[in-house]
Design a protein around this ligand. Structure first.
Ligand code: GLU
Ligand code: MG
Length: 450
């Protein structure tokens, strides 16, 4: 779409306001809106944003990053192809934005521009990456005292859970389809009030945009039904966590073949697939600082929770961080993919997807080998056995994850100095802020914001 197409579509649909959105380091979707009468000029010139906003953590505490202070600004420049009329907010449409600096170049701290640079790297290797988030979320009702109670305590995959979720799930799916997102499978999950809805894969940038649309849509639909929806990684300490597993596959740009597919391999995974998995596993202790980036994430990332706690890989192994997913019968090549389970939906998806693919491509470039796949829960092995297999424990806190990002030079190099430094600072501030508080404070804040 070009600018004139967007303006025409907005006017014809009776849109009054158009939101220019971005996602910050805390994974919060934020933005500014323009009246439709100014849409054209704003699409050409952008909307001004103080550069300080990226130094804001998920409690709106501004961190002292010199480039992100009271002085200085960037422009929110919308991507016309991302224009969607919001099915859940009357007369409002939205577009995803890049943050462009005043010399008209992508700002070095902009997460969406970071992802675009990784897409570009893949393209230069002749590769198109397809991906999707597979989100779990909790449906609850807010009590007078500000805490949340799940809408049901039905059993995993049970028809009782389906009945409890039905009205809101139907609305979510209709709103997703109206935004060009195809739902795939739905089921009530293990946790009380927990539901999972998967959507079709898309190219990397669209997959990240879709994750934002998905989160917004689910939260809005729940509200319509008098509920609150949350993607918080661990909404209740005694219940299953909400994963935001990511599925991805690499495609040859020229031949359009799935580069992960090898029918002759016992796991049906190609050499490039093993190398990609090896890159992920090598960088995973730091990578979770971007894919599991909230304080609450580390309550979920524990052994025995099917969320993965070790940097291991295995075929259909639900305790391995990287799972070789078995293919769909009758659709084998197309459905060959890897799944990263050490991921949740408190993440900024531009940073998470960008870093995952950069790590995987690093594995391909360096021809890394992932070692043996494991067909056992890594927690059941002894330290010695894990050591022999090269299986590392993932960080147990956000602070540890940031330390791992610092230890692995890959992150500073891949993200660039400003993005790396400012991101770390914001994350450490979140760790510090929640360390001083009781667990209830953490649970409520993560429930509300994610
Ligand atoms: N709820 C689990 C998680 O936190 C995932 C369960 C599953 O679908 O395998 O990742
Ligand atoms: Mg699940």
């Amino acid at each position: 779409m070009n600018i004139d197409d967007v303006v025409r579509e907005a006017e014809q649909a009776g849109v009054e306001l158009v939101a220019f959105l971005y996602v910050d380091y805390g994974g919060i979707t934020r933005g500014k809106l323009t009246h439709v009468d100014h849409l054209k000029s704003r699409m050409i010139g952008g909307i001004g944003l103080t550069s300080a906003m990226l130094a804001m953590n998920m409690l709106d505490q501004l961190q002292p990053v010199p480039e992100m202070s009271a002085v200085g600004e960037v422009r929110l420049m919308p991507d016309p192809d991302s224009f969607r009329i919001l099915p859940y907010q009357p007369k409002v449409a939205a577009m995803m934005c890049d943050q462009i600096d005043l010399s008209h170049r992508p700002w070095a701290a902009c997460p969406r521009s970071f992802l675009k640079s990784i897409v570009q790297q893949a393209e230069e290797m002749g590769i198109e990456v397809m991906a999707t988030y597979e989100d779990e979320f909790t449906l609850a009702v807010k009590k007078e005292d500000g805490t949340y109670v799940p809408i049901d305590d039905s059993l995993c995959f049970s028809t009782a859970g389906m009945a409890a979720g039905n009205p809101v799930i139907l609305d979510i799916m209709a709103a997703l389809k109206a935004q060009g997102i195809q739902p795939e499978q739905y089921y009530p999950e293990l946790g009380h009030g927990q539901h999972e809805l998967s959507i079709s894969p898309a190219d990397l940038l669209t997959a990240a945009d879709n994750q934002i649309r998905f989160r917004e849509t689910v939260k809005a639909a729940a509200k319509e039904h008098g509920m609150a929806a949350s993607f918080a990684p661990k909404p209740f300490v005694d219940q299953a966590g909400n994963g935001g597993h990511i599925h991805f596959s690499l495609w040859d740009k020229q031949t359009k073949r799935n580069l992960f597919w090898n029918p002759d391999d016992p796991n049906h995974l190609s050499e490039a697939g093993y190398q990609f998995a090896a890159g992920l596993l090598e960088h995973l202790p730091g990578l979770v600082g971007l894919t599991c980036p909230s304080v609450n994430s580390y309550r979920r990332l524990q052994p025995g929770a099917w969320s993965s706690a070790y940097a291991a890989f295995g075929k259909d192994n639900r305790e391995a961080a990287v799972r070789i997913a078995s293919t769909f019968w009758g659709n084998e090549e197309k459905s060959m993919n890897l799944e990263l389970k050490a991921s949740d939906s408190s993440a900024n998806p531009y940073l998470a997807l960008g870093a995952i693919v950069a790590a995987g491509l690093d594995g391909i470039r360096r021809k890394l080998v992932p070692g043996d796949s494991v067909d056992i829960d890594p927690a059941k092995l002894t330290d010695e056995e894990r050591g022999k297999l090269g299986i590392k424990r993932l960080p147990a806190s956000l602070q540890e994850a940031v330390a791992q990002m610092e230890k692995d030079a890959f992150f500073a190099e891949t993200m660039g100095e400003l993005l790396f430094r400012s991101y770390k600072q914001v994350k450490l501030s979140e760790h510090a802020a929640f360390s001083e508080q009781a667990v209830e404070f953490e649970l409520v804040h993560h429930f509300k914001k994610y």
